[in-house]
Design a protein around this ligand. Structure first.
Ligand code: PLP
Length: 449
């Protein structure tokens, strides 16, 4: 890329003047000025190009600036840029059809939102009205969004400053064998004990008070923990027995990320509600939504649904979704993600784990992987403490800096790095990324004991 440091400095100064950033102490951040992006790469104004192993915030599932989607957005802008949600608009109906045809089971009605958190808020509202019950159960080690209910459902430290105690949320432990909350020896035991724990939690809370259980099908930001065989089917069975609405949050795992259209397909489960966003249109225009089962939709057949958004089903966002889903079909992006996981990323990351003492576990599928970094492989002590900052987080900061120096932008969360590139990244690009990770992991290795 062409270097223009003066332009970069101006972009950064303008940002620092008026942009208030998410999740950040405003004076302590130093955002990189981005000059452009294409496919799996982006570049800055200093002539540095980065292989993006984060897909933004795990949303550019078909990479940056896909020409087909860019053209579709331009065409829609010229035709009908916007229209209010109460009307029938061709491109909105088409997006809903394409999504409903891909979601599992009878999830055939689509309520559109602007993103994932709003999808979660509305799924919870639907579940509460459908059951007439107040509480929602969600997992520790989860992320569901930044709005009131969604952040209270979240099971990580981002919830703490917003914890209201009024959201009607109860947390439980989901299975995670590597750091088993149940002292289980294998996946079968972890699964059985996790289901027992969930059912006991429902019993103590009072089944008639529980509207919904919400789970990320494969938890994303919290560490990409693929649930053991039988767990989600077991949760489905518990929900059926107690009349609880089962919500799967596929905001991150959906739309090809795991090598299936939706991660639920890996486990042969059908939730009552499924939330999506991000990959639905590769994040080109803000869009999310809830896919709704026939039974829940029926609750609002003659009774009004008391929720809405000015931009629900925005034509520009829906045009981007229609085009993105078309690209994913035409270019076999979902199949490619599965292939990449099975033949390049999975084997490549396991090979790194075998050589680097800092890699405690490799987890994932498709284009959705996590390396759990440890100080000691035997004790599994995390490379940095839970929720560490400043000096305590220095080993992870050094690892991230080494990745960037090598030309790779890493996804780093606590003691983990996630490998979540565009789902249509080439094998050569994936291997280039693995080689950079290899070098950066030697920096992490220096902090092992
Ligand atoms: N749910 C999951 C599983 C997510 O990963 C996210 C975002 O990362 C959200 C919900 C919130 O989505 P948004 O940031 O679009 O509101």
């Amino acid at each position: 890329p062409h270097a223009d440091p003066r332009a970069g400095a101006a972009v950064k100064a303008a940002d620092r003047a008026h942009v208030f950033h998410s999740w950040s102490a405003q004076e302590l951040i130093d955002p990189l000025a981005v000059a452009g992006a294409e496919g799996a790469y982006f570049w800055d104004y200093d002539g540095n190009r980065y292989l993006d192993f984060t897909s933004g915030l795990v949303f550019t599932n078909i990479g940056y600036q896909h020409p087909t989607v860019v053209a579709a957005i331009q065409e829609q802008a010229a035709k009908l840029t916007t229209f209010a949600p109460a009307f029938a608009v061709d491109v909105r109906s088409e997006a809903a059809r394409l999504i409903a045809e891909r979601t599992p089971g009878d999830l055939d009605k689509i309520f559109f939102t602007n993103g994932g958190a709003e999808a979660v808020e509305n799924a919870v509202r639907m579940a509460r009205l459908h059951t007439g019950r107040p509480k929602v159960l969600s997992a520790y080690r989860s992320y569901h969004g930044g709005t009131h209910t969604a952040i209270n459902l979240t099971g990580d430290p981002r919830r703490w400053p917003s914890d209201s105690g009024t959201a009607g949320v109860v947390h439980f432990n989901a299975p995670f064998l590597y750091r088993s909350p149940f002292y289980a020896a294998d996946e079968a035991e972890e699964c059985a004990r996790a289901l027992e724990h969930l059912e006991a939690t429902i019993g103590f809370e009072g089944p008639a008070t529980v509207a919904a259980i919400i789970l990320e099908t494969i938890p994303g930001t919290a560490g990409i923990m693929t649930p053991p065989p039988g767990y989600l089917a077991g949760v489905r069975e518990i929900c059926d027995r107690y009349g609880i609405v089962f919500v799967l949050d596929e905001v991150m795992a959906g739309f090809g990320r795991t090598g299936k259209w939706f991660a639920a397909e890996h486990f042969d489960v059908v939730p009552d509600l499924l939330t999506f966003a991000k990959g639905v249109n590769s994040g080109y225009v803000p869009l999310g939504g809830v896919a709704i089962s026939a039974a829940v939709a029926d609750t609002f057949a003659t009774r009004p649904y008391p929720g809405g958004l000015t931009y629900s089903g925005h034509p520009l966002a829906c045009a981007a979704a229609v085009a993105t889903i078309g690209v994913m079909e035409d270019e076999k992006v979902v199949e490619h993600a599965a292939h990449l996981g099975a033949t390049v990323l999975g084997p490549g990351l396991r090979e790194l784990a075998a050589r680097h003492p800092s890699v405690g576990e490799v987890r994932g599928t498709g284009a959705f992987w996590a390396l759990d970094l440890v100080r000691n492989a035997e004790t599994r002590e995390p490379l940095v403490p839970y929720n560490a900052s400043g000096q305590a987080n220095a080993p992870m900061a050094a690892f991230a800096a080494a990745c960037k120096k090598g030309g790779l932008w890493p996804f780093v969360n606590m003691n983990r790095t996630h490998v979540v590139p565009a789902c249509n990244i080439t094998e050569a690009e994936a291997k280039e990324g693995l080689a950079i990770l290899d070098a950066a992991l030697t920096v992490a290795d220096e902090h092992t004991v």
